[in-house]
Design a protein. Structure first.
Length: 182
């Protein structure tokens, strides 16, 4: 009888975690993968993996960092698989398309920013997205990507400079892009 109560409590706690983090993880996965159905699938797979490991004793900060770390690793693996498949099939049409979606839980980015983000490494993209859109600290991001906060800050600065240079190259010197990473 007590194990049934414990399972119910654990399930209730997991449901709270699912409701709290599913939208923000979706936004993160969408920005990394630039495809809504892939982002939805990724979030489901992340929560399935997390549920299998869930004990109910985790703290809020641990849960947030751990979920983002899982999301980062999962998205990077998907990107790697895509790049390998693209290399094998020599299909570059998909690489030239920039996918943006109008309504996906908030943060809509301009085509220029999406194009610039696609030029960054997956790690730089992660740092930019987590810092600007998810508003995480460098310490939180460092935990997710297994770097020091100083290295994370440097990745952010490099990524920001590359985005700014890309946009200026695309638009010319009178770049009026209003995005808070520049």
């Amino acid at each position: 009888m007590e194990t049934t109560k414990l399972k119910d409590i654990t399930q209730d706690c997991f449901d709270i975690i699912l409701n709290k983090y599913s939208k923000t993880l979706y936004k993160y996965c969408f920005h990394m993968l630039r495809n809504s159905s892939e982002a939805e699938d990724a979030v489901q797979e992340i929560f399935i993996k997390y549920y299998k490991q869930y004990t109910g004793k985790e703290t809020n900060e641990y849960i947030k960092s751990y979920l983002y770390k899982m999301a980062h690793n999962h998205c990077v693996n998907i990107i790697r698989r895509k790049n390998i498949l693209r290399f094998i099939t020599l299909d570059n049409e998909e690489a030239l398309q920039i996918k943006t979606e109008d309504n996906y839980y908030g943060s809509e980015l301009s085509e220029e920013i999406e194009a610039a983000l696609s030029k960054l490494s997956s790690e730089q993209r992660t740092v930019i997205i987590l810092r600007t859109i998810e508003e995480m600290s460098y310490e939180e991001i460092a935990t997710i990507i297994n770097k020091t906060p100083a290295a994370t800050r440097k990745q952010f600065e490099r990524g920001r400079k590359r985005i700014k240079a890309f946009i200026e190259l695309k638009k010319g010197e009178d770049c009026n892009e209003t995005f808070n990473i520049i």
